[in-house]
Design a protein around this ligand. Structure first.
Ligand code: 13P
Ligand code: SF4
Length: 345
């Protein structure tokens, strides 16, 4: 395919969201990525939050954290380029140690993943002996290694229900945990380390949470929803479960990024507002030109945003940034991811 042919294709699909002069440059980058990908026998995984051209015209496999974990476990590619953040690329390495896993950004942080340490998990386990630890996939390998089972936004309630335990520790996202607690009919407490939560007569808690938040999703408020409903009464509002429980309850639908995309795809009519990272709205609009996405989004994840087409070229050209996980941690962390992957959601 020539640059001109790629440009013509990009123009048809993305001219609503990317200016033409940028599409010209991006067409050249897409061609170079395709060449490098073949040269290196690489597969490109892209999270739903990637920019539209990278997401639709470059990635081989797209999806949410759960789908990408499953695909990372299945691929036998020599090189996996993970367009997402570090904890995601680490998960791919844990599941596929024989592949070279590349993260196209240097840092690729996440406020949830940096929101808890292995030591803090050990202290929680000491405070609530015997309670299984459910760890959100948005954590680093050393934290996953301390825990019993992972979950993602797409299977969190199913994972908790699979445990058959009266008390579950659910870390690190306070909002996600509170949303799962409501969905599974449990009362949640957020203890200070070393201080047991006071019991309430007649009310037992069934979940222990932690205090980390997603720096992107914590910004959405119930007032945002009320304002949109006032201006656009037929708006269908979808909120990621990393939003506060109040926001999730005020929305019309809440689930993982891919479940939100499927919801829009399968719904008739309506106008849709996504309360999540803004690139998602563009990606859904590009895939569903007949659907009306409300563009009132101003919230980008700075970490996801580090990965652009040029970073993917550099990753393939210079073999950067290679993700490594020490073998002892990898084996322990893999156990909790494998347990999650075995749960039907
Ligand atoms: P999903 O698993 O729903 O794609 O969420 C990942 C994430 O980091 C959302 O902020
Ligand atoms: Fe982490 Fe939030 Fe960014 Fe997702 S959107 S990667 S949870 S900081």
């Amino acid at each position: 395919m020539t640059v001109q042919a790629i440009f013509d294709d990009l123009k048809t699909r993305f001219s609503d969201m990317v200016p033409e002069f940028e599409l010209r440059e991006q067409a050249e980058q897409v061609l170079e990525i395709r060449r490098l990908k073949a040269e290196r026998s690489a597969v490109i995984l892209a999270h739903n939050y990637m920019d539209p051209v990278l997401f639709h015209a470059v990635a081989d496999i797209r999806g949410d954290s759960l789908e990408l974990s499953r695909k990372a476990a299945e691929t036998d590619a020599e090189v996996i380029v993970y367009c997402g953040v570090r904890f995601m690329a680490e998960t791919a390495k844990i599941l596929n140690p024989d592949s070279t896993v590349l993260l196209p950004s240097k840092l690729g942080g996440c406020s949830l993943a940096s929101g808890i340490t292995p030591q803090q998990v050990r202290e929680l386990k000491k405070m609530f002996p015997g309670a299984p630890v459910v760890t959100y996939i948005n954590t680093y390998a050393d934290v996953k290694a301390e825990t019993d089972i992972c979950c993602t936004s797409g299977n969190a309630a199913a994972v908790v229900q699979s445990l058959d335990a009266d008390l579950v520790i659910c870390i690190p996202d306070a909002y996600l945990a509170a949303n799962i607690a409501r969905e599974t009919g449990r009362k949640i407490v957020f203890p200070e380390l070393g201080v047991m939560p006071p019991g309430e007569p007649g009310v037992d808690y069934g979940m222990v949470g932690w205090n980390a938040l997603c720096e992107v999703h914590e910004q959405f408020t119930v007032e945002d929803i009320a304002n949109v409903r006032k201006q656009i009464p037929d708006a269908i509002i979808l909120a990621h479960p990393e939003c506060s429980p109040e926001v999730v309850q005020a929305a019309d639908f809440s689930s993982s990024t891919s479940a939100m995309a499927r919801f829009v795809e399968q719904s008739e009519g309506g106008r849709y507002l996504l309360l999540t990272e803004c690139a998602m709205g563009d990606n859904i609009a590009a895939a569903n030109p007949d659907k009306e996405m409300i563009r009132m989004c101003s919230v980008r994840c700075p970490h996801m945003n580090e990965v652009k087409l040029q970073e993917v070229i550099d990753a393939l050209r210079y073999n950067q940034h290679v993700i490594e996980v020490p073998e002892d941690l990898r084996v322990k962390a893999k156990r909790s991811i494998d347990r999650m992957l075995a749960v039907k959601a």
